[in-house]
Design a binder for this molecule. Structure first.
Ligand code: SF4
Ligand code: SF4
Length: 318
């Protein structure tokens, strides 16, 4: 199916209800209007964050995929040589710390952003799982989950192939991901997967606890927002007090990122740490000037177990 055909097919199902507009973080800050784009308008595609909030609420079609396809078409985006060489959308970091996987047990899929930008999250994940009494390893042959825009150049069958290979590599075990985009992509293809927040919630009885109360701001990130309630229960089970009632999108690398990040930092005022569940959010929060120190949920579990090794890799030090 060509991109143009897919765009037309999905656009034709839009009933113009406006639900996507009401949840679009970009629109709220002067960015594109997803309904207008779905109705055939142009819109400023550079301001689409790719957060997927529109598709979460749309009962008729898939606006986030249309935005992705329009972006791929407008920018002439192709599958990169980096992916062909490494299997990831970005080059993996060459100075990644050795995570200390035990070699068996829980099969972890890090995802491209962890591999390339925040490899220390692997270190913390292995430490957290060991502290909870689980063996763990990095999923053999893991690749990109096929979520980034560049993969819209591939056919659906080609994308599914990569995901199925990872499912086969896990041998039927549930793959635990560190990024909500990865788990969503795998589940869409019927590959058993769950985000680490779901895994931690299923095993709350094994979570370590902080000795004294820790105040945290919860920012799951768009792709993990549906598990915000589980995430709250996980951090509370570790002895944390949640300071914020609202949460939202980091804006990734779009023109609407600055106002969104200001909003995030403001709503977490008073927190000792912001806790995210998305590696891209971690990159954004850790780059925020004067920002509140931020950790991935795996790092919070490692910290509660007494291991703060990953924190040395952060830009914002506490
Ligand atoms: S894309 Fe979906 S949510 Fe948005 S206006 Fe169309 S039907 Fe409604
Ligand atoms: S993906 Fe996010 S930013 Fe883009 S149109 Fe949908 S809700 Fe708006």
């Amino acid at each position: 199916m060509s991109l143009d055909f897919e765009i037309g097919r999905l656009r034709s199902r839009c009933v113009g209800c406006g639900r996507c507009v009401r949840v679009c973080p970009s629109f709220r800050h002067g960015g594109l209007n997803p309904m207008e784009v779905m109705q055939g308008g142009e819109g400023n595609l550079d301001t689409c964050i790719g957060c997927g909030c529109c598709s979460e609420v749309c009962a008729h079609t898939n606006p986030a995929i249309v935005m992705k396809d329009l972006i791929a078409r407008a920018r002439g985006i192709h599958v990169s040589q980096v992916f062909r060489d490494t299997g990831y959308a970005m080059s993996p970091a060459d100075d990644a710390p050795e995570p200390g996987w035990t070699g068996d047990g829980v099969q972890v899929m890090p995802g491209c952003v962890v591999k390339a930008k925040v490899p220390y999250v692997n270190l913390a994940t292995a430490s957290a799982l060991r502290a909870m009494g689980f063996g763990c390893r990095e999923l053999q042959g893991n690749t990109c989950c096929m979520h980034p825009v560049q993969f819209r150049e591939m056919t659906e069958d080609e994308r599914v192939h990569y995901k199925r290979v990872m499912g086969d590599s896990a041998g039927g075990d549930v793959i635990v991901t560190l990024c909500g985009g990865c788990s969503d992509e795998l589940i869409d293809t019927d590959v058993p997967a769950e985000h680490i927040v779901q895994f931690l919630h299923r095993h709350m009885d094994r979570l370590p606890r902080f000795d004294s109360p820790v105040r945290v701001g919860l920012e799951p990130g768009c792709s993990v927002m549906k598990h915000a309630g589980l995430m709250r229960e996980v951090v509370e089970a570790m002895g944390c007090e949640v300071v914020n009632n609202t949460m939202g999108c980091c804006g990734k690398n779009t023109p609407v990122s600055n106002p969104l990040m200001d909003e995030r930092e403001r709503e977490c005022e008073g927190a000792d740490w912001i806790v995210v569940a998305c590696p891209m959010c971690l990159v954004k929060f850790d780059a925020q000037p004067e920002g509140i120190p931020t950790v991935h949920i795996s790092e919070l579990v490692a910290m509660a177990a007494g291991d703060r090794n990953s924190l040395g890799y952060h830009r914002i030090q506490k």
